[in-house]
Design a protein. Structure first.
Length: 596
RNA sequence: GCGCCCGUAGCUCAGCUGGAUAGAGCGCUUCCCUGCGGAGGAAGAGGUCUGAUGUUCGAAUCAUCACGGGCGCACCA
């Protein structure tokens, strides 16, 4: 369905083509820098050359020839080299409200008959480590991307991938054993049971395992001679030694359970969870195969793929001690994905930009193996603290749990403060505070572009003033409040729908109404662009814009004091505005409370 | 040394497929609650868009080169 924004541009392009006797593309229709100039504009620069006249003269000529008749537009006027077009307030608002009422929660989404499949890998925290705010950017961005791409008509398969084997696990478990005074060699199943029994339930967390890992890294730094023990542990794990495997399975469960809880809380939805342990054996096989084919070769005891001729250096795919690397497993993962989803059109991998070189090497190798489609790298810059970059190896991280608790306690405090007299029950307070906390955290991470290093500042993250998620929620909430007072709100859903057959007035008369409607009209275009450019930040920016227009409308137009069909129309406008705003925030996986 | 990314207001960022006086938020200075909810709104101060050259009728936007900062570049992930 063609929604209003596109409809208007197409309409203007057609009328201009008629006047000029040549093709004008809708893409040539732009928006003036100042709303008082008009709602749309057409620059005459390109025509000037072809027609041999000055742009200003052409603009005047077009303005005088434009005849709108039956149309949403009321006037065209020349201003320098531009022709500006103005929409009728009544027609503009009418059309946008109708769009939203027809589409409801689908407003902004493309309807497709047969969606192409797109694999989206994100959410790659490793087991045996804690989740920190660096991971949060990936999780939040990934889920938003998943939503935005779905809205744009892709059949998205969101997938997670967890490093549950490899050096970091070996280090963690090695230190777990050593720290509890067990001998690494000759470690038995009974000893593994004994060790596990010694760890109290409340310590069976990712945080605890992360501390073990960080401590192991420190110990190895100080005592390099222990590296052989760690290699030994990793080899035993890869050989499925019963004792180490037991310890590994149990500790891994702690991590995976924790992930499930956190993903659920964040609204992260994964269709297929991959584990490195699923692909490690096949990865080693593929390395052998590559060796046989002559694609890979031995170098300093390790196995590498030489990519020097592509200016990508050498790609290490097996360590000299015979154990696997990230790359060993990634080769097999790529193969497995294609086996399970043979119809996939595209495959995206969302990872930290610092890994871009590695992924270029990986993709080049996949190309040599003819594993198509070769994935697309979607990068984002890392999250840093004022004190410096976070590293789980060094242990200077803000864990997600700590951050979340901080934000929740702050938002709870605010909610309680604002509703001291409203007799809200604990459940309502808790839910509202959770919605606001989610909005604060997620919006803060989504509103800026992926390629900006994100400096995490707790104080800033806790502020809900200005262009923040809670600001957008607040705008939607005030609209809901008006609807409630008018007694016309559907309590179960914020989305308007099914009123498109009821007559709607065209008597809207305020510029704030039109400004709001025009912003709402841009939503589908922004979503499409966000999907095309893989930038959910565009949707976040739109949400701020929409909330600002809502606040201006709120200031300028009193809905409940209007009368007759205009009041009814305005109620439908704000219901539509709320519906669109909730849809926009929904794409960012941000919930909107009824009240706040 | 080579490669990738960033450089726009005091701070955090939009704008970048070239076009009208460069926009927000925070902070700062003033206002606005007997008004549909002040997590809000209005106004003000604050800019050689890092610099240079080039392309163009036109450059924050494109190209090249500097400068500044960040991040990568084989047994970590």
């Amino acid at each position: 369905m063609t929604t209003s924004w596109t409809y208007w541009k197409n309409d203007l392009a057609k009328r201009l083509s008629d006047v000029l006797g040549g093709a004008v593309s809708p893409d040539d229709i732009v928006v003036p820098p100042d709303r008082s100039l008009g709602d749309f504009a057409f620059g005459c620069f390109k025509l000037a050359k072809a027609m041999g006249k000055s742009p200003a003269d052409i603009a005047k000529e077009i303005a005088s020839k434009m005849n709108f008749g039956q149309s949403d537009f009321t006037s065209a006027s020349a201003a320098g080299p531009y022709v500006n077009f103005t929409l009728s307030v009544g027609e503009a608002v009418h059309r946008v409200v109708r769009d939203i009422e027809v589409l409801g929660e689908k407003y902004g989404s493309v309807e497709t008959k047969k969606a192409d499949e797109l694999l989206l890998e994100f959410a790659q925290p490793n087991t045996h480590k804690e989740i920190h705010v660096g991971h949060l950017r990936n999780l939040v961005l990934g889920q938003a991307l998943s939503n935005v791409l779905s809205a744009a008509g892709w059949k998205v398969v969101p997938m997670s991938y967890h490093g549950d084997v490899g050096a970091h696990v070996a280090k963690c478990l090695w230190w777990l054993g050593k720290g509890f005074r067990f001998q690494v060699s000759g470690f038995s199943v009974e000893q593994a049971d004994k060790l596990l029994d010694q760890i109290p339930v409340e310590r069976r967390t990712g945080k605890f395992l992360g501390e073990m890992y960080a401590e192991a890294s420190r110990q190895l730094e100080a005592n390099p001679e222990w590296k052989d023990e760690v290699s030994d542990v990793q080899r035993k794990l890869e050989a499925h030694d019963p004792a180490w495997e037991k310890l590994w399975r149990e500790t891994r469960r702690w991590s995976l359970d924790e992930f499930a809880t956190i993903f659920d809380d964040l609204g992260v939805k994964i269709a297929r969870q991959y584990l490195e342990s699923e692909v490690v054996d096949r990865g080693q096989e593929m390395v052998d195969h590559l060796l046989k084919q002559g694609v890979a070769k031995e170098s300093q005891g390790a196995i590498v793929v030489d990519l020097e001729d592509k200016k990508l250096g050498v790609f290490l795919i097996r360590k000299s001690d015979g154990t696997s690397l990230y790359a060993t497993k990634d080769l097999a993962l790529a193969e497995l994905k294609l086996k399970e989803y043979p119809k996939a059109e595209r495959s995206l991998i969302l990872v930290d930009n610092r890994q871009s070189f590695y992924f270029k090497q990986l993709f080049e190798t996949l190309r040599m193996l003819e594993l198509n489609p070769v994935p697309e790298f979607v990068g984002y810059e890392f999250v840093t603290l004022k004190s410096g970059a976070m590293s789980s190896r060094e242990g200077n991280v803000v864990t997600y749990q700590d951050f979340r608790n901080e934000v929740i306690s702050y938002s709870t405090e605010e909610v309680v403060k604002r509703h001291a007299e409203d007799k809200w029950n604990d459940g309502k307070i808790e839910h509202t505070a959770w919605c606001i906390a989610m909005a604060g955290m997620k919006f803060g991470m989504l509103k800026q572009d992926n390629d900006k290093v994100f400096t995490f500042d707790l104080e800033q993250a806790l502020s809900f003033d200005g262009d923040t998620g809670p600001y957008c929620q607040y705008a939607a909430t005030r609209l809901a409040s008006i609807l409630r007072k008018a007694g016309s709100t559907p309590s179960d859903s914020p989305f308007v729908r099914g009123r498109e057959d009821e007559p709607l007035t065209r008597s809207f008369d305020h510029t704030s109404e039109k400004a709001l409607a025009l912003t709402l009209a841009q939503f589908p275009v922004k979503v499409a662009q966000a999907a095309e450019e893989l930038r959910p930040s565009l949707v976040a920016q739109w949400c701020i814009d929409a909330a600002q227009r809502v606040n201006e409308f709120y200031r300028d137009v009193n809905v409940l004091e209007s009368e007759g069909e205009l009041k009814e129309g305005r109620l439908r406008l704000i219901a539509a505005a709320r519906s669109a705003l909730v849809a926009g925030l929904g794409l960012l996986a941000i919930p909107v409370p009824d009240e706040m």
